[in-house]
Design a protein around this ligand. Structure first.
Ligand SMILES: Cc1ncc(COP(=O)(O)O)c(C=O)c1O
Length: 494
């Protein structure tokens, strides 16, 4: 029988006195780990409680309590008069699945699903945390009326607790759905029954829901190229064949898609403000697309992510406003018009899908918070949402102008900015020979963010560009940043 491990084994115990984890728990975890990873063999004698307590400088009672616990759970055995031993029958070698891997062990023979492999390959970028200036899609968060919003949140919490603190409604808060339907009528020319509005935790959950409900394995999805990254990846992950469709001056190139790709189950498009090129889909193309979808039994996702921000003329009505055949799933988000952390968006579904979507939303975890939904409903009903958008529109227009002029003045040698009449970002085409990923990486090192247009592409474009967000950058610092941007590109190309 192996002897007590004594001093050598004691090195396996690490007790951190500053830790918030109590010493009792630390010792207990160390012992279990050493037994499960085989460092302590079955039948091996453990140090006496006195020896271990002395060695670790902790109380003997603590060690005794831990020994009693591991004995009770079958990791160890007490033998009267002889001491405490690792349980005899505990052959962890025979059950590799319960062994704690040692650091040097390589994971062996783990098979992952096809879906897990597709997820691992996703290029969608983590959006967490503070971002550097010119990151696309970031609103002016420092201008958000936090105090006012807190008042609405507090009111939403203060309702009858039995209602407000329970699960929300399965398709989302009814007052919020009404408020959204009114907003869509006023701002997007859509006549929508609130029953058709399903609340989601952001546009992204709407894409997941749509793919979950509509797509069969191997279905073709026509997808704008370049196009919104995270939506595209969801379609791929759900097993769709995502077919890239180029975008011309009128929007998604329908003729190209019809000539090149199988008939789609679903078509993903951003007609109001193409992501990322900024094109507005022409009326002719809108009608042709709706007509095609109706005749070919295809569905359309209209992602209307930043249509609140149009700087010339009135916003064009949504594609959905023309959709008398009800082929369009209209997706909206509050991530741009309010702030992304609220995780609130919605999808307007064709009437025959309302119940299926509500059930699917429930099955996928009903992710948006019923409290935030209620606060947002009140914020909209009081006109606060419209007020905030109006303010932001003025601010973003000014920021767009400063960025365009500063880029044209400071960076003309390296890039050609494209003036945009809408949205929160602009495309700056790089002069021949400058790689957009290399430019992005070099800029990021200098504290300037962007997205290379290549990450939006399934098929590469024949030009490189950087997508630069202006909405979240104080206009007073933009000229300083564009000078730095020029210096970095000069360094990169020189
Ligand atoms: C094209 C597009 N659609 C939708 C979204 C919004 O996503 P979410 O509402 O999940 O934050 C974004 C955000 O980056 C986007 O760029």
């Amino acid at each position: 029988m192996p002897k007590s491990p004594g001093g050598a084994l004691l090195q396996g115990f690490t007790i951190e006195r500053d830790s918030s984890v109590p010493i009792y728990r630390q010792l207990d975890a160390s012992l279990r780990r050493l037994i499960l990873d085989g460092s302590l063999a079955p039948g091996q004698k453990l140090p006496s409680t006195r020896e271990l307590a002395q060695e670790l400088g902790i109380s003997r009672i603590t060690v005794k309590n831990v020994y009693e616990q591991i004995i009770a759970e079958g990791y160890a055995q007490a033998k009267t008069g002889a001491g405490t031993f690792v349980a005899d029958g505990l052959d962890t070698e025979a059950f590799p699945q319960v062994r704690t891997p040692r650091r040097k062990d390589k994971p062996s023979g783990i098979e992952i699903s096809t879906r897990a492999r597709t997820i691992a390959a996703s290029k969608s970028v983590a959006r967490y945390g503070e971002t550097a200036p010119f990151r696309p899609g970031v609103p002016a968060l420092d201008q958000f009326p936090v105090k006012l919003w807190n008042k609405y949140l507090a009111e939403a919490m203060a309702r009858d607790a039995r209602r407000s603190l329970s699960y929300g409604q399965v398709n989302g808060n009814a007052s919020l759905r009404e408020a959204i339907a009114r907003h869509l009528a006023d701002a997007r020319g859509m006549k929508v029954d609130a029953e058709r509005v399903i609340i989601t935790s952001g546009a992204q959950q709407a894409f997941v829901l749509i793919a979950f409900v509509l797509l069969n394995q191997g279905d073709t999805v026509w997808y704008e190229n370049p196009g919104h990254i995270a939506g595209r990846d969801v379609m791929q992950i759900m097993g769709a064949n995502v077919a890239p469709v180029p975008v011309d001056g009128e929007g998604l190139d329908l003729d190209h898609a019809m000539g090149r790709h199988p008939k789609p189950a679903l078509i993903f498009t951003t007609p109001s403000h193409q992501q990322p090129l900024g094109t507005t889909m022409s009326l002719g193309r809108r009608l042709a697309l709706l007509n095609y979808a109706q005749e070919n039994n295809a569905w359309i996702i209209e992602d209307d992510y930043d249509s609140e921000f149009r700087y010339r003329g009135r916003p064009l009505p949504a594609l959905s406003a023309l959709d008398s055949a009800r082929r369009v799933f209209y997706v909206g988000t509050f991530s741009k018009s309010m702030f992304a952390a609220m995780r609130l968006g919605y999808v307007v579904v064709p009437p025959e899908f309302t119940e299926t979507f509500a059930t699917a939303r429930n099955l996928l975890g009903q992710n948006s918070s019923a409290v935030v939904e209620e606060a947002m409903a009140r914020f909209m009903a009081d006109g606060r949402f419209t007020e905030h958008i109006r303010k932001m529109r003025r601010l973003y227009r000014a920021r767009r102008d400063v960025l365009f002029e500063s880029l044209a003045r400071d960076c003309g040698e390296f890039l050609e900015p494209e003036r945009t009449d809408a949205g929160m970002h602009m495309v700056a085409w790089l002069k021949a020979g400058i790689d957009d990923q290399a430019a992005h990486d070099a800029l990021l090192e200098a504290g300037i963010d962007s997205l290379p247009i290549s990450v939006y592409c399934i098929e590469p474009l024949n030009r490189a560009a950087l997508v630069l967000g202006f909405s979240g950058v104080d206009e007073r610092i933009i000229p300083r940043l564009t000078k730095r941007l020029a210096a970095v590109l000069r360094d990169l190309t020189g």
